[in-house]
Design a protein around this ligand. Structure first.
Ligand SMILES: Nc1ncnc2c1ncn2[C@@H]1O[C@H](COP(=O)(O)OP(=O)(O)O)[C@@H](O)[C@H]1O
Ligand SMILES: [Mg+2]
Length: 231
């Protein structure tokens, strides 16, 4: 029941931009749809997110990081994703379990089978129907995020400088080699499960990319009942 679509890819590849555009388009067409993100998406999950992205938390152990992501995911699946899919709606999620395999698995070197077990506990085995991968050169993505960060005003106080920053966080700040291992990891995940993934070149105009994404979603909408009184 329902339709579960996720967006994956390196930092700055346009996941949030494209997830929002797809969300707005489906909403305009009258489909029941929600947009959420990981880590976060619930009250508890957003609190966990603040711990994860805080630049001060340099001492965080990889196991702690993995379990915090998984805890936020467990809350999201149980509070939001499963109930909404059950009503026959469309759930769009900005990152999901694949990011755990790519970032904590390939990026930090955690054992992949162990991650699979933790992920199964967190999600009850729920995986997306469709996953978009926005493929962008790692350096270009980080550059996009850096310039987005630099466009924001300077924090007013030293304390504010440590609050979770919407455009630059603890995970972005890891070195280039780490981000490249993550990208290699995503390529491997796509190779293993080609039916679920749709990979697009992210370095093209926003609207063109949105069109390519919608074209992939359209055939799957037949099973979704539109709202009687669209917003
Ligand atoms: N297709 C695109 N071409 C150029 N810049 C883009 C494109 N898509 C998004 N951006 C910009 O790149 C930055 C990162 O986009 P965002 O959607 O936040 O990426 P992500 O969620 O994958 O980190 C933002 O400043 C956004 O405006
Ligand atoms: Mg984003």
């Amino acid at each position: 029941m329902g339709l579960f679509i996720t967006f994956e890819g390196p930092e700055g590849s346009g996941k949030s931009t494209q997830a929002r555009l797809l969300y707005e388009r489906l909403q305009r067409l009258g489909y029941p749809v929600i947009l959420t993100r990981e880590p976060g998406g619930t009250r508890i999950g957003e609190l966990i997110r603040r711990i994860l992205v805080d630049l001060r938390h340099t001492e965080m152990a990889p196991t702690t990081e993995t379990l915090l992501f998984s805890a936020a995911r467990a809350q999201l699946v149980s509070e939001l994703v499963r109930p909404y899919l059950k009503t026959g709606g469309i759930v769009l999620c900005d990152r999901y379990a694949d990011s755990t395999f790519a970032y904590q698995g390939y990026g930090l070197g955690r054992d992949l089978e162990e991650l699979q077990s933790i992920t199964t506990v967190a999600t009850g085995g729920l995986m997306p129907d469709l996953t978009f991968y926005l493929d962008l050169d790692v350096e270009m993505g980080l550059q996009r995020k850096r310039s987005a960060r630099d466009r924001l005003p300077e924090p007013a106080s030293a304390a504010a400088a440590f609050t979770p920053h919407p455009e630059w966080n603890r995970l972005d700040a890891r070195d280039l080699a780490y981000h490249q291992r993550v990208a290699t990891g995503f390529a491997e995940l796509m190779r293993r499960d080609p039916d679920r993934w749709r990979c697009f070149v992210a370095n093209q105009p926003v609207d063109l990319l949105a069109e390519q994404i919608f074209t992939q979603v359209e055939p799957m909408l037949a099973r979704i009942v539109r709202l009687e009184n669209p917003r």
